[in-house]
Design a protein around this ligand. Structure first.
Ligand code: SF4
Ligand code: SF4
Length: 661
């Protein structure tokens, strides 16, 4: 006897016809519902960016990269089990269908035995994963995990599908045993527990399982589980631009549409509308949002849901999200980093802000910042001609004198005039002098990069600043730009290319790390009371640079994408490691200054910087090393507010400078 099994056992023609009618009807219904969703996405603008479909699907769907990197960590193995178990069952069903409905008949012999043993085992992954998910919801539920009936319903349905699949197999074995049944080891084990199964009972069990499959198909477009389908094209089409690169808008576009930014859902791209439809309301984004964490109304999960609702109802997007929520965002990208289905919340928020700014709905100190940036070229409104004051008493070469040099030292608005940031600027200049770097500053020729203006929503002011700065750069010959400001770093590196300014840009920590490697500088010395380091969002997360600052502080580190240290050793064996705060590397916690929040009013009990200061103080370290002038300004006020008077806040460049005196 050749090992195999037949289909529709004990069922006549009426059973077969009923099954085909019902399965086709449920599939057609689901397809129609998904098609309606596609029509909702299609109201958006066509996608203009290049897409790496194969690479993205491999990265984000096949290997589940985002899921593996997500928190809480207990969620990742659970999702991997469910995902791979589900995929295995899908492959098993597809192979069966090919065997049944094509001329190729291969479901027999050795192939059949391997098929049974493999998929019998892999199906267990789904069952274990779903049991795990249910245990998380009923028992040890992390705060981020919701406990709504719609989540439970979907999970119980999946569990029922998995279990009844095995019961059908067990009933078949009990009803008509075959010598090779042991390869279907799970079903065979269950069969040993069953009494004799009559033909009628088998057919009843088979139909029960089949109806559950149909319920699943019909329910899929309506459940959070729809992300099984929607997340695939979303991942495939994710913008290739880096996280810190916002899509520019052109004057031609504005002239054509008569509008700036997003007022209605149709003003988003089709991809953005599709992506919010993939949201499974897992809450990971909200869990990491610094604004939400201090009790603000902003909730990135709601942002995704509000945009989705607006795409279905035609509501005004800024109103649906709420202006207060939109202004609360620091554009820290923690939500983007956390989202397993790759939603770009910051794009959604900045696009809506662009519309609010164009409508004149921004007032107060942030509006003053925009006016200052436009009139003086300095975000804090420092008068033109004051950017060289920090150079007094030092020999700082100017670009207009040198014309040609290796490194352009981009100081930034804070770095030129803020007393704390000026200390960093001076330290970087001194280190470059000491290490023999051929550099020059623009001095009074430098203007704000426009980063804050852009993220507040004034796209055209940003573009004006970018054009002016690119014109200034073009006057000189240099190989790269170094800056101590991660916001300038991000904008110059990732965004100026859209305006004709392609440059190699490094953060000052990267330059210092390079000079340490070349033996031209020594890393910072150990500090009495220990050191912790605050990763700036626009360096650690948005630009994935966490190792260079740690090297400057004397530690050879490699942090992986998931924020875990995979290598950590001190450069000089006599010192202690950096004590990391709870959130570091890519998972760093925002100080609250980005996205123009530096210039917005803050309730004293709603300062993200206070929360971050508490985390840094909790490390017990007495020195907090920094790598960003914005973080310095925010944390300086907060450390004192939360009782950290004895904490020494200092930029890593100052620490390296002190070690090299
Ligand atoms: S936006 Fe992403 S992270 Fe946030 S709830 Fe939806 S799927 Fe989860
Ligand atoms: S970018 Fe940061 S502040 Fe804005 S919604 Fe996302 S997590 Fe919250």
């Amino acid at each position: 006897m050749v090992p195999t099994r037949s289909e529709f056992i004990h069922q006549g023609l009426p059973g077969k016809v009923a099954f085909y009618v019902l399965i086709l009807a449920s599939t057609a219904y689901a397809a129609w519902r998904f098609w309606q969703r596609v029509q909702t996405w299609r109201q958006g603008k066509p996608v203009t960016w290049k897409q790496d479909w194969i690479g993205n699907v491999t990265r984000y769907i096949v290997t589940q990269r985002k899921v593996r990197a997500s928190r809480p960590k207990s969620g990742a193995p659970m999702h991997l089990l469910i995902f791979y178990g589900f995929v295995a069952l899908l492959i098993a069903t597809t192979l069966l269908a090919v065997n049944s409905y094509s001329p190729f008949k291969f479901h027999q012999g050795t192939y059949y035995l391997v098929y049974e043993a493999t998929f019998d085992s892999l199906g267990l992954l789904l069952v274990i994963g779903v049991v795990w998910a249910l245990a998380r919801r009923h028992g040890f539920r992390p705060s981020v995990v919701s406990h709504e009936w719609k989540d439970l319903w979907a999970l119980y349905l999946l569990l029922a599908l998995g279990i009844t699949g095995y019961v059908v197999e067990a009933a078949r074995i009990a009803n008509d045993p075959k010598p090779w049944d042991h390869v279907s080891w799970v079903g065979n084990a269950i069969a040993q527990l069953l009494p004799t199964v009559s033909d009628g009972a088998y057919v009843g069990i088979w139909w029960f399982h089949s109806i559950l499959v149909m319920v699943f198909i019909v329910g899929l477009p309506h459940m959070k589980l729809k992300h099984i389908v929607v997340a695939i094209p979303t991942a495939a089409g994710v913008p290739a631009r880096p996280m810190g690169h916002l899509e520019p808008i052109s004057m031609e576009e504005v002239e054509k549409t008569g509008q700036i930014g997003v007022a209605e859902a149709k003003d988003f791209s089709r991809w953005h509308l599709m992506s919010v439809d993939a949201c499974m309301e897992c809450g990971r984004c909200t869990e990491v949002c610094p604004a939400n964490g201090v009790g603000k109304i902003l909730n990135p999960k709601r942002v995704a849901q509000d945009v989705l609702a607006a795409s279905q109802t035609g509501a005004n997007v800024p109103t649906a999200i709420s202006e207060e929520a939109l202004w609360a965002c620091t554009t820290c990208n923690a939500c983007v980093e956390a989202c397993p289905v790759l939603i770009r919340h910051v794009d959604l928020i900045v696009d809506a802000r662009r519309n609010l700014v164009a409508e004149g709905k921004l007032s107060g100190t942030a509006a003053v910042m925009l006016r200052q940036t436009g009139s003086t070229g300095h975000a804090w409104g420092a008068a033109r001609g004051t950017r060289e004051e920090w150079m007094k008493g030092q020999e700082v070469p100017l670009a207009k004198d040198k014309k040609e040099f290796d490194t352009l030292f981009w100081v930034g608005c804070a770095g030129a005039t803020d007393p704390g940031a000026v200390k960093t600027t001076k330290a970087v200049a001194e280190l470059m002098r000491q290490a023999g770097v051929d550099y020059a500053c623009l001095g009074n020729e430098e203007q704000c990069t426009g980063d804050s203006a852009r993220r507040v929503g004034d796209e055209f002011l940003f573009q004006e600043m970018a054009a002016q700065n690119v014109a200034t750069f073009s006057k000189y010959q240099f190989k790269r730009i170094v800056t101590p400001c991660p916001h300038c770093f991000n904008t110059l590196k990732n965004e100026y290319g859209d305006f004709g300014g392609e440059y190699e840009v490094v953060h000052h920590s990267q330059l210092i790390a390079e000079l340490i490697d070349e033996g031209k500088l020594k890393p910072a010395q150990a500090q009495e009371g220990g050191v912790t380091y605050h990763d700036p969002c626009y360096l650690g997360r948005v630009n994935n640079e966490s190792d260079a600052p740690r090297k400057a502080l004397g530690e050879e580190t490699r942090l992986n994408d998931y924020g875990d240290a995979i290598q950590r050793e001190v450069l000089d064996g006599n010192r202690k490691n950096i004590t990391e705060p709870e959130n570091y590397g890519k998972k760093t916690l925002c100080c609250g200054a980005g996205g123009g929040r530096m210039w917005m009013e803050e309730e004293p009990n709603q300062r993200p910087a206070n929360r971050r200061a508490e985390e840094l103080i909790a490390t017990g370290a007495k020195t907090v090393a920094l790598g960003c002038p914005f973080c310095r300004i925010m944390l300086d006020a907060s450390v004192k507010q939360v009782g950290g008077d004895e904490i020494n806040l200092v930029d890593l460049a100052e620490m390296v400078r002190d070690a090299n005196k």
